[in-house]
Every structure is written in structure tokens, then in C-alpha cells.
Ligand binder design. Structure first.
Ligand code: PAF
Length: 287
């Protein structure tokens, strides 16, 4: 497994691989890998000849008040996990090279897809994501790029951006991977104290409750949201940011639950913000 930090070297290597007929799978991450990332890597490994993982904590997607400086990092551990997962190349560019001092060009997916949910709570976040993902796609030029359903809105925005800008890459989505007790895996889970970790289970319990009520026939989004908020509100230290039932493509809120309606949840427990989601008509799976 090779580790590449130079943008030009990455571009040249990728281009050579492409020209020699190899298919390229790409998994972009900010590191501190967990089982969720590994499921993305497994998908990429199965589908393509060459598997490239990027590890880059992207400063432009963090607001000044957010956790850029304390974002968890463990390169040695990531490297071992990547090697075991069959990664061919890790691309870990330096922030100064990705964003030189004279950098001024951003990719902004405008409109309702980016203004709502995470976009409403984290202004500028998706501009940073769209910009870095476009740059990574341009450098690596993968055939497929694998993302997790956990960041549902991110995935919808990246798909929109790929369609709108005619980017030549297939976006592949992998389901959320959960801890054995149901908490969606996230690099940020390490911030939770033991008590907060316990309280965080309310999110999974809520998703399970509402999806079972939907499967037994309830179709009113209002009733489902009341149920979900009622359960989450029982957790004293949990602050709800949003709980919404949305169309999975436009992310518009719906009044009537359909077979593909997604419930999206964001809460804050202590200093940690957690997000989760679930397609309501399906059984919630622990993988
Ligand atoms: O999902 C993430 O880890 C990040 O938003 C991504 C896609 C790697 C861009 O920095």
C-alpha cells in the first residue's frame, strides 16, 4: 500500500492507472476510520481494480466554532486498517496544498438541498464538502466513489452536484453501520462520555419505534414526528436540533409517509452533535 501526499503525484498515478484500463474506486474520508468506513472500502474493493482512500480533515467544512482542531486523528491505526481492507493507495494531501493562500474558488450547491437540516445548523458546511469532493474527484478521477448513508444530506448534495456538473463518476451509497446497541458509527462518537453514550441510544430507539409504527400502517408525518420528539425529549441532556420526515431526493418535508420517506435526526448531547437517519418503511438493521 502506498501513501501519497503530493497532489501532482496522485494525479499522475491515477491517470496512468486509468489509461492502462484499470477501474478506480475512491473512498473519501477524514480519517479515524471505523467499521462504517471499512464497509465503504469493502464495496470499493469488490467493484474495482484499484482502491484509493483519501484521509483529509477538510478545514473548509468546519465553522470557526466547530471541532476542526480536536477532530480525532490516528494515522498509524488508519493505515493498518486500510491495509487490511485492501486499499492500494492512501491519498493524504496537506491542507496548504489543497487550499493555497490564494485559493478563492468554491463549489456551492445552492437552494433547498443545502439550506435545510445540516445546512441550516452548519452554514457553509456543504460548500466546504462540495468543494473538497470536487477537488478530490478532479485529482483522482475515480470511476466510482463510495459514500455512507449516515451522512444522508451530504450524499444527496453530492449526487446533485455530480448530475448538475456532469461529473464522470458513479456515486455508490452504503447503508449505515451501527454499534451492537444501535448507535450509528461515527468518528465523533469518541467524544461521548459513558453517560452521554448511554443517552445517545435514544436516537436508535426512536428510529426503531417510529419505523415499527409506520410499518403497522401510520402514514401521518405529524403523528410520527410527535412520537419521535416525545421519545427523544425524555432524555434530559439531549437537545433536539431537528427531527424531520423528508423526501429522499429533494429533502422537502412530507406530510404523508411514503415507502421511501426518510426520517432525519440531529441532536446534541453535551458538546457532541450526532446525526442519524432511517428510511421509515424498512426495518432498522444493525450490521
Ligand atoms: O463524510 C466525510 O467524511 C467528509 O464530509 C468528506 C466527504 C470526506 C469530505 O471532507
Amino acid at each position: 500500500m502506498d501513501i501519497i501526499s503530493d497532489i501532482k503525484e496522485m494525479r499522475v498515478r491515477s491517470e496512468k492507472a486509468r489509461n492502462s484500463g484499470l477501474s478506480i474506486a475512491f473512498v473519501p474520508t477524514m480519517g479515524y476510520l471505523h467499521e462504517g468506513h471499512l464497509s465503504l472500502l469493502r464495496e470499493g474493493r469488490e467493484r474495482c481494480d484499484l482502491l484509493i482512500l483519501s484521509i483529509f480533515v477538510n478545514p473548509t467544512q468546519f465553522a470557526p466554532s466547530e471541532d476542526l482542531d480536536r477532530y480525532p486523528k490516528d494515522f498509524q491505526r488508519d493505515r493498518d486498517l486500510a491495509e487490511k481492507a485492501g486499499v492500494d493507495w492512501i491519498f493524504c494531501p496537506k491542507a496548504e496544498e489543497v487550499y493555497p493562500a490564494d485559493f478563492v474558488t468554491y463549489v456551492d450547491v445552492t437552494g433547498e438541498l443545502t439550506n435545510v437540516l445540516e445546512g441550516a445548523s452548519r452554514p457553509g458546511h456543504f460548500r466546504g464538502v462540495a468543494t473538497v469532493v470536487t477537488k478530490l474527484f478532479n485529482i483522482i478521477r475515480p470511476h466510482i466513489a463510495v459514500f455512507g448513508q449516515k451522512d444522508f444530506q451530504q450524499l444527496a448534495i453530492i449526487q446533485r452536484m455530480v448530475d448538475d456538473l456532469n461529473l464522470d463518476v458513479e456515486i455508490v451509497c452504503k447503508p449505515i453501520v451501527r454499534e451492537t446497541d444501535g448507535l450509528a458509527m461515527s468518528s465523533r462518537n469518541v467524544y461521548l462520555s459513558a453517560k452521554e453514550r448511554q443517552q445517545s441510544l435514544a436516537i436508535f430507539e426512536t428510529l426503531c419505534n417510529v419505523s415499527s409504527v409506520v410499518r403497522s400502517g401510520e402514514r401521518s408525518a405529524q403523528a410520527i414526528l410527535r412520537l419521535a420528539c416525545g421519545r427523544l425529549a425524555k432524555e434530559k441532556d439531549l437537545v433536539i436540533d431537528y427531527v424531520k420526515c423528508c423526501d429522499p431526493v429533494s429533502l422537502h418535508e412530507v406530510e404523508k409517509i411514503d415507502s421511501d420517506t426518510v426520517m432525519l435526526v440531529a441532536v446534541k448531547i453535551g458538546k457532541t452533535r450526532l446525526i442519524d437517519n432511517h428510511i421509515l418503511c424498512q426495518e432498522v438493521q444493525i450490521q
